[in-house]
Design a protein around this ligand. Sequence first.
Ligand code: K7E
Ligand code: CUA
Length: 638
Amino acid sequence: MKTTITLNAVALAVALGLTSCGKQSGTSQAERTANALASYVAPGEKDEYYLFYSGGHSGQVYVAGIPSLRHISTIPVFAPYPATGYGFDEESKKMLGDFTWGDVHHPALSQTNSKYDGRWLFVNDNANNRIARIDLRDFKTHQILGPIPNSIGNHGSSFITENSEYILCATRFSVPLPKGRVADPKDYEKEFNGMVSGIKVDPQTGEMKVGWQILTPPFDWDLGSTGKGPSSGWAFWTSYNTEMAHDTLEVNSTQKDRDLCAIVNWRAAEKAVGDGKAQTMDGVPIIDPTTVSGVLYFVPIGKSPHGMDVDPSGKWIVAGGKLQPATTVLNFEKVQAAINNKTFEGDFRGVPILKYEAVVEGEVPVGLGPLHTQYDGKGNAYTSMFIDSCIVKWKLPPWTDAEKKDLTKVVLDKVPTHFSTGHLVVAGSDTTNPYGKWCVAMNKLSAGRHINVGPAQPESSQLIDISGDKMKMIAEAYTEPEPHFAQILKVTDVQPAEVYPKDENKDPNAVWEKEQTGVTRNGNQVVAKLTAIRSRFTPDRIDAQVGDDLTVHVTNIEQTRDMIHGFGLIEHNINMVMDPGETKTFHIKLTKPGVFPFYCTNFCSALHQEMQGYLVVWKPGEGPSGASAATGAAGGTK
Ligand code: K7E
Ligand code: CUA
């Protein structure tokens, strides 16, 4: 209770700009020039890295460049995005299903041998329990999996294993399972459960499916991280609410000094399922760790922790304290020894709790509100401080005896951020080979540091040079709500396509020649196949009548990069956008008579404005024979 009040007071002070970690010193003209040059990408030059950051409840992923911090493009994932026609054509509409938003928190680049392989980017949806796969060949969403059965609040995800075998997810919320079962929240402890899910990724195609799940007590699982090297095959999550409160969580879930983190042996989970030790619920093999041992362990971490990040060596696992002014460093070798020697301090519902003192290397006094930790691969850790509003650089173990006695000695540097930093990202931190060099702080408050845009303000991102002993604040930019985590990928580590080659277009309704185009009728089914090329649609007239089911396939037959055409249909809420070589389809029921122009929505040429046509919807029984009788003439109904 007391902590909560203090915390709120501090948070308020931060919100008012009253406190921050260290003073922001004025910069000299020489420093300003040097900083400007460090992030300056001259016209015609290119950034060195991609920054993929989650768009939070916008449901999207944003792509920026580093070091410029310029926003370059938006990849729509969980929400329609008319700019690229996403959510309007049949394929993307089907992927979105019944939802028009999602809450993206943690993007994860695919890995091979714990290094980015430049193939896919996976993102989670906290709100509707989904995972999406973006293909880095075309920077587009190709699959949305979910809602995942038996899983509610897909926040502790998406954490990828060393060779992209699995996306691992843990639930933020607990409910009575299977979904649809109802119990009184007062019976939370007994009736509610959380879940850890292993989402299997096809190594060739990236196609995801739910592999297995591990039933957990109704703790609120928080951030997680996967192992590598010595911790290969393991994964780790923090939790809050091991109090198992079901109301007023602000108070009731912050009672204990320590919460239990989960240590999961995902290879053992996979094996247990193979050995037939799982029971099926809602079609998914479920492992109950109270009866299947070796899959799940707990370790106490103080207090209401948040981030949980494995370092590039795979030996050190760092938990952010959130309500404790320290990060906790676990030593995986000690974790392994404690498991082998059964150094437990009891159990929770049959799951062993590792003895805290046996597995902890130390608590590093980084300051107030440590959330997330990243690494540069040179033995340094960087922790974001929500309350202190700064990034703290500190030294990972091994520590000297003198350092062990006084861990303030391993805190090396602090740089103020503005304000209330959530996640931070260091380039390649979650691989065995971080690129180092750059860190981006993603701040929750921008507190009027930009031109006034009214009561709601954007988030801010700040670029920090971490290549030297001292961190250097270089630049800042503003972003749409709301970046949580991000991934940084070297531009040379990915090879995006320039166009969709014609031979690869397997859409049975693709048309490339005028002779293949046209409008055909079968009963009340009207099908139009169009080509789009600078600067015309062929055909540019579609006749139909009220009551018809109209299907329109448009193929962009260009094979030139960036020659994009749109198909916007007036007063029908349709806007498809076709990239070069792409075919898209929409389907509508025609309910109102009239003449409805359609036009190219994406500027494509000097005669872009002229790229238009008409959908003529006749009243039943009216119009030319083409509207009511079967047609199929090349060039459309005339
Ligand atoms: Cu810290 Cu969802 Cu990763 Cu936001 S979470 S900050
Ligand atoms: Cu085609 Cu504008």
